[in-house]
Design a protein around this ligand. Structure first.
Ligand SMILES: CC(=O)SCCNC(=O)CCNC(=O)[C@H](O)C(C)(C)COP(=O)(O)OP(=O)(O)OC[C@H]1O[C@@H](n2cnc3c(N)ncnc32)[C@H](O)[C@@H]1OP(=O)(O)O
Ligand SMILES: CC(=O)C(=O)O
Ligand SMILES: [Mg+2]
Length: 372
């Protein structure tokens, strides 16, 4: 049966142009806790890129929304200049990955974005983020064009593709989008455009809304008197969409990300939104302002307490027989094969992050297990 992108299983991993690099069989788990957005046409932001390179997992040169229409060409040209001249940025050995968000596929700029960037800096670009993806056909278009441009440029490594989920149709097609190409690296939530497309009645870029809540039932005393206290609990507007993204990504072996949190002045709520996404399965979020990088790095790195507990569970099950099966009691709780698997997710993530973050390595290395 053909895949949603119209390719049979035997053709799925064939290059889409003669001379294009072989598609990857597995998407590498490169740390990407913060995808830091900058407008390359803004001289102040562009000047900050070299100093940010050692502090953030991904730097993304944004060409789409938030870049003025009369700056689109300047942004593209400046991105070429920044990628060519910043050491440690992009490519398999870069200390920060280099991504770009191209303009939407129906815009007058997108063709020039790709035909200019791939020949000029294709060896540095790790991921192309495609906004407003509606279905597998959008990924198929970018997939073929990238293959043609890679072949022409003589690139030996395929550029990966990341889709933003920001239309109702995109959400409805999320599984087929994730499976549309071996280039698919991941998905981000686009809460602002998605809210508009769904005709939600919000005006924010991500985050919650005080009106979206549940209220506790009225309480009555034994005398039948109605209580006055009716606490309310704000709910997460994005839970449904993120949960769908996480399942679709896990099914296809790619990575889900929360997107932007627009209230730069509210780091606490930003942290909460990021943490909800982390707990549900996301690997990172966007940072729109330098102050959000530290929040994302912290939230998307497992805590010392989680790693200590995870290692204790691994050790306890190992002591019991070494193959991770069976059940043990630890701190009054049952641990078995399934809780071990959850702990291994955290332990493996900590190892990946420690490999790129020396401070975190020191912190994780210093954790002592008290019960051995
Ligand atoms: C819905 C979506 O599509 S979300 C994605 C698109 N949006 C974006 O990419 C937004 C990116 N961020 C921004 O445009 C800006 O951060 C803004 C407009 C939100 C705030 O900018 P400012 O008002 O300049 O913030 P602020 O004054 O706090 O900035 C402090 C310094 O950090 C710089 N800075 C701000 N944001 C960034 C950034 N994303 N990257 C690098 N440097 C930045 C500023 O230029 C300023 O530099 P200076 O000290 O040399 O003057
Ligand atoms: C992230 C994005 O593009 C949006 O929220 O619309
Ligand atoms: Mg958008």
């Amino acid at each position: 049966m053909p895949s949603p992108a119209g390719r049979s299983a035997k053709d799925f991993f064939r290059p889409l142009a003669v001379g294009a690099p072989e598609p990857l069989r597995e998407i590498p788990a490169r740390p990407s806790r913060a995808i830091h957005f900058f407008d390359p046409s803004n001289p102040k932001m562009a000047a900050k890129v070299p100093q940010l390179t050692g502090t953030v997992d991904v730097l993304l040169g944004n060409l789409e929304d938030a870049v003025r229409a009369d700056n689109k060409v300047a942004a593209r040209e400046s991105l070429v200049q920044i990628a060519s001249s910043t050491s440690g940025l992009g490519g398999p050995d870069g200390s920060a990955q280099l991504w770009t968000r191209i303009n939407s596929l129906d815009s007058p700029w997108v063709l020039d974005d790709l035909t200019r960037l791939i020949p000029a800096i294709g060896d540095k670009l790790d991921v192309v983020m495609v906004p407003k993806v509606q279905g597998a056909e959008d990924i198929a278009y970018v997939d073929r064009l990238l293959a043609q441009l890679e072949a022409k440029a003589g690139l030996d490594r395929p550029i990966l593709v990341h889709a933003i989920l920001e239309t109702a149709r995109g959400v409805a097609n999320v599984e087929e989008i994730c499976g549309a190409s071996p280039r698919m690296q991941g998905l981000s939530l686009g809460p602002a455009d998605l809210a508009a497309d769904r005709r939600m009645k919000t005006t924010r870029v991500g985050g919650g809304h005080p009106g979206y809540l549940v209220r506790q039932d009225p309480t009555t005393t034994s005398d039948g008197v109605l209580g006055q206290e009716r606490p309310t609990y704000q709910q997460d507007l994005w839970h449904y969409t993120i949960a769908r993204m996480v399942d679709a990504c896990a099914m296809h072996g790619i990575y889900p990300y929360y997107g932007p949190f627009g209230d730069i002045s509210d780091p606490l709520a930003c942290e909460d939104q990021f943490r909800n996404a982390f707990l549900l399965g996301c690997v990172g979020a966007w940072s729109l302002h330098p102050s959000q990088i530290e929040i994302a790095n912290r939230v998307f790195s497992p805590s010392v307490e989680d790693i200590r507990h995870a290692r204790r569970v691994v050790a306890a099950l190992n002591r019991q027989g070494g193959d991770g099966t069976g059940a043990v009691m630890l701190d009054g709780k049952m641990e078995d094969d399934a809780s071990l698997k959850q702990c291994l997710v955290l332990v493996e993530l900590a190892e990946q992050l420690a490999a790129v973050d020396p401070k975190l390595k020191e912190i994780y290395d210093a954790i002592e297990l008290t019960d051995e």
